[in-house]
Design a protein around this ligand. Structure first.
Ligand code: UDP
Length: 330
């Protein structure tokens, strides 16, 4: 079986579908703090998915799961991921993300499970020295979230040296979209992300979408990011497991589209998808936003055989379908 930590969350749940389609049996381990039991229930209608509620910070919770199931590989998503919160509550990030992963790695070593795919982030690079960012770019995170993930990457390298535990670190850029069949999607109780925020301004009366700054050194003055579709991203995890099975070697890959899209461009795509004007205003810059971030993913293309297939329009359309469904369910 494949153990997917954080499988009730946004990227984790889309990855579960990918592994179901590839014929795997799955154990989801999630504390349901930010993930949703409704998502787990939906996934259980699609394949052989068992659910174990537990917390990475409790080694006993992990021990129970590893004793109960025959785990062949781990896909590790479970983490806190709000940059702003990580600045005000760093301990939460180091304790849960970094220390929690230490528990996971120790339990894997104890049970002789030697393969892990880790959900890392472009936030480990910090302020870009050049773009597009490749895997050789220096890693100098500028917030505790990025640092907590960088620690994990380093721990994984040390666990490979010491115990032969092989890891693939996938450094994601911005993730967008939802399941194309609208069964699951992005569902954060506190929403900070660009596309859901724009779409909420379409559906919820009185909400005006706010562009955080239009005075950046970019062609239209708004920030540029690399929006990778969540289904494309999910597939990268499956390819990473295939790679580990074949090569048995640790490595790291950027996962992005290599295209930079500005906030203004994303907004225009949203207006096209919903086919109406969306209320918008420009406000102050948000602290800690670099002007331009996009990936060089050549290595993932050539080594993993991973290529993004979906466009920004596809991502916005699936995200909109999902937001409409949630709105109707209210
Ligand atoms: N952004 C914005 N308004 C919002 C949310 C985000 O203008 O309501 C901008 C944000 O400043 C950044 C980009 O959209 O330049 C992507 O932000 P998001 O929070 O989606 O992802 P991040 O790049 O922080 O991981």
């Amino acid at each position: 079986m494949i153990l997917i930590t954080g499988g009730a969350g946004y990227i984790g749940s889309h990855t579960v579908i990918n592994f179901i389609n590839a014929g795997y049996d799955i154990v989801i381990f999630d504390n349901l703090e930010t993930g949703h039991i409704e998502t787990v229930k939906t996934l259980q209608t699609l394949g052989n998915v068992v659910f174990e509620q537990g917390n990475l910070r409790n080694a006993e919770d992990l021990e129970k799961v590893f004793s109960k199931y025959e785990i062949e590989a781990v896909i590790h998503f479970a983490a806190y991921s709000l940059v702003g919160e990580s600045v005000s509550s760093p301990a939460k990030y180091y304790r849960n993300n970094s220390f929690g992963t230490l528990n996971l790695l120790d339990t894997m070593v104890k049970h002789n499970v030697k393969k892990i795919v880790f959900s890392s982030t472009c936030a480990t690079y910090g302020e870009p020295e050049y773009t597009p960012i490749d895997e050789k770019h220096a890693q100098n995170p500028i917030n505790p979230y990025g640092m907590s993930k960088l620690f994990i990457e380093k721990m994984m390298n040390d666990y490979d040296n010491a115990y032969g535990l092989k890891s693939i670190k996938l450094r994601y850029f911005n993730v967008a979209g939802a399941d194309s069949e609208c069964r699951i999607g992005e569902w954060h109780d506190v929403e900070t992300h660009l596309i859901p925020n724009i779409l909420k301004s379409v559906l919820y009366k009185g909400q005006t979408f706010k562009i955080f700054g239009n005075d950046y050194p970019t062609p239209d003055g708004t920030c540029i990011r690399d929006y990778v579709n969540v289904e494309d991203l999910a597939k990268a995890h499956w390819l990473a497991v295939e790679y580990l099975n074949k090569e048995n070697k640790s490595d790291v890959f950027n996962i992005g589209t290599e295209t930079g899209d500005s906030v203004q461009k994303v907004f225009e795509v949203c207006e096209k998808v919903v086919n109406k004007k969306i209320p918008v205003e420009v406000v102050e810059r948000r602290a800690g936003d670099p002007a331009i971030l996009y990936a060089n993913s050549t290595k993932a293309n050539s080594v993993l055989g991973w290529y993004p297939e979906k466009t920004l329009y596809d991502s916005v359309l699936s995200a909109y379908n999902w937001e409409c469904k949630r709105f109707e369910d209210k």
